[in-house]
Design a protein around this ligand. Sequence first.
Ligand code: ARG
Length: 294
Amino acid sequence: MKTSKKILALILVLVMAVAIYGCGSGGNADQASQPAPESSNGGSAAAEQTEEGKEASDPGQEDGMSETMKKIKESGKIIWGTNAAFPPFEMRKGDEVIGVDAEIAAKIAEKLGVELEVVDMDFDGLINALNANQIDFIGAGFTIKPDREEQVLFTDTYFKAVQTIIVQEGNTEITGATDLEGKTIGVQSGTTGDFVAEEYTEDVVRFGNALEAAIDLKNGRLDAVIVDDLPAKLIVEENPGLVLLDEKAADDEEYALAVRKEAVDLKDIINEVLAELKAGGQIDEWVEEYSFLD
Ligand code: ARG
């Protein structure tokens, strides 16, 4: 096919995808086409060209492609699932979702040559949404865990994190992790913070996001909140009266993206994107850039 014909065919597919998608029902999750976030990485175009052969972007080479990859190519879009209440990794800015994972997601779509669509939903529904084909990948400051590994295919890691403990300023009863025994602990439902809290107490209170938990902590309804270190730092900075304990609640964790088990080719492409971003120090730059609460 001549290049001009190819482009024409691609445009046609895109137009059709948009038309088809417009008819679909979005469920109760918040779903929107995501404009590519401003990127400060000037080197990405050059980096992409080096891996061209592996991109599986030739529509004629569908053999051996995962179902997921076929769907992405046919629809001209990839659907990112997240819970956008987790700065600096994802947060809302009007209708848009911004943050480190949003930047990574945009790079993945760019690499595949497709549109990025985002579904902002409950964190504890992400794995099911992925396996029900409602989203194509999870990007949510999502920690690799053995039981999750049974349900999804994780990519390479891109960030280290740890569960931290937030308490009210002046709390003399809880000064370290062991003091959490039997206490009332607030968490975001289904997070690693949730699972860590369960090890300390039966009295775990689950919220839709960590900020809601922090508000209840401030109001004296909780003894502590357990949440990942970077969101915790921002929550404490923005909420006078709350402090972070030096001692961590658990061992270090690592974030990765996740795809369906069958989508090995998508995982490989995401790993290429992550390798480029990590090599360029881009992820740490984005962490800086998005370290704020609205
Ligand atoms: N790292 C934790 C986990 O994987 C919390 C992630 C929460 N992410 C979010 N976007 N709300 O369980």
